[in-house]
Design a protein around this ligand. Sequence first.
Ligand SMILES: [Mn+2]
Length: 365
Amino acid sequence: MAKIIHTADLHIKADEKVYCYAVLDEIIELARAEKADFLVIAGDLFDSFADFEVLRKEVRHKLFQLHEAGCRIIYIPGNHEARGATADLTAYSLDPVQFYAHAPFVFFEAEGVEFICVPHAENYDGYRDWKVPPKKEGVTRVAVLHALNSTIYTGPDEETDSRTGVIEDDFFKRFSIDYAAMGHVHSGRQHYLGGAIACYPGSPRVWRAHIREAGTKTVRIVETGGSPVNTRPVELKTAGQYREYTLPVDGLGAASLVEIQRIEAEVSSRDFVYVKLTGVVEDEPAAAAAAAALRGRLEKRARQAEVELDTTVASQLYSNELAKSFLAGMDAIKPAGEEGPDYRRWLLARQFGLEEIAARAGEAK
Ligand SMILES: [Mn+2]
């Protein structure tokens, strides 16, 4: 039996080095505590080629200590390592990290596990012709991939500015894969596919302000030996979470103090908090100042805070009788909870109503 820690998409970045290294250190510590045989990094360990160039020595040094403790480190490049690349990634050695950048794949066996390491590519169209040896009796076969698969993940691509290769469902069955250690999709998920467990562990950190970054951040522990292999997620404490809120504001851009305090109570110092302010405001500079003040307040609680204004300006709107009675009516039907779809619908209705009234008030002038 072999134990594998599977991660992907850490996106280590020079300007977020402290945070990224805290998460990497936690992953290394987990691998050490679990006495893992392998740490598999399925691409996008670095956020760009420039980050790979500048930080790889430090990262290698951290991973060297894990290697000394008896854990092999297997790493394939994702689409981000190649972003802005001025040199071929196959020219780099990260020894003792086993870095596989040679297309289309590298095959080897270690400790009863056969690995097929597939560096990221724009397409994998030729895979039916790959000379992958037949699977040996009694081994577990692991594919390491940084790619999209449309059965496991049906959402839009994580990134709109780069096309990422799509791996066919047939790949897993054709090459008798037991476990596919995948990367690219930042929200964790797994799926049975052609006899394999195909798994995106999800990004182990919050990469950006986007709803698909929400939820707990995890890596997978995979134990071979059984069929199917045994997998479980492990939460990373240092990663924090992405938390997104929408708050209605008054005419001066101020949100309710109760709701701000509720957010403050919910976020931890590791979290990335994003607040969108909605409503119709009379004084846009005042609203911008209120947003900046809220951001400053939240920055004291969270690792990072962003506050964005999604407001419409309408001078004198709050002295408008129609607006007053509309707001009173809306307050009377405000849903109790603030997380569910009902609340979001209510917020949208309130926003649309105010915008409609603002437009009519404009016409009347
Ligand atoms: Mn990627």
